[in-house]
Ligand binder design. Sequence first.
Ligand code: ATP
Length: 340
Amino acid sequence: MLADAYIIRNTTMASSTLRSLGVLTSGGDAPGMNAAIRAVVRGAIFHGLKVTGIKRGYQGLVDDEMESMDSHSVSNIIQLGGTILKTARCEAFVTPEGRRKAYENLCARGIDALVVIGGDGTFAGAREFGSEFDFPVAGIPGTIDNDICGTDYTIGYDTALNTIVEAVDKIRDTASAHNRLFFIEVMGRNAGFLTLHGGIATGAEAIMVPELTNDYEQLEAFLENAHKQHKTSSIVLVAEGDQVGGALKIAEQAQKDHPEYDVRVTILGHIQRGGSPTADDRINAGRLGVSAVEALLAGKRDIMVGLMNGRIVHHPFSHSKKDRRPLDPQLLELIKILSI
Ligand code: ATP
């Protein structure tokens, strides 16, 4: 039944002028990027397109570091973290000269359209490039931060969240054994999604996120109350971009203000970026990858392919940049209730 549906769609799209597609991963790596590359490559081949893999994000476009891909190029990668195409931050692409070089390299190779997998910086570059050269580009949100407007989900977020849960569970064992107050620093740049959701999932006593301006005062109130209640151990998750500072700075301040606690710090760091992607990250990467190809075949351009309420959505890149994606106030309230 499913195969029939695909055959029908396949013939409908054969009239597109698109013949050859490039794919790249850019910005920070995220688990599930390989599953997304696989989906783009196989989706494109399914629809009769040639596919070229571009190495090291926009840097490979500028340096003409590209290679042709076939269905076998993406065999056995769905379960791997990282990205087989590598990723990079590319200063040259931020300049008009760099983007022109990238355009000339794409034209020389006969590539008609581009799929970029990355975060909001990658989308900013894609928007700039697409409008400058009238070149069709589709973006797939791939970042552990989950901070992109216009999509509830970014590839890699679910895996990173589960890595945090596993690590914090282990730290809780030792925290309870020694009556300690642990500050655990979590990634997410200026976004607190991993911290808030990680905090709820691990039963953290408090969180500190960049979105809240009074979180140190809230922490103070919590610590005083916990001491009165003779709470023996506590875990506070701190977003790396918190306005007060990272976990080290906050812990130092808390130790000064509350000498009654035995304070410890753990910075989870890059383990949050690695590992085999979760089932959700693999499935969503598959959906987003194929949808990006089909959107380009249908003549769409300058779009980000996202997921909202479980459904695929296509938004202009400008939408992803609109505002900062806010944390859910109900979840902020929930963590307070659950940690009394
Ligand atoms: P992550 O959220 O994981 O950090 P990201 O895609 O936001 O991923 P960035 O380093 O911000 O990561 O952006 C990736 C690349 O996109 C940059 O290195 C640069 O080459 C390009 N880029 C970012 N902003 C622009 C821009 N305004 N114009 C052109 N290119 C840009």
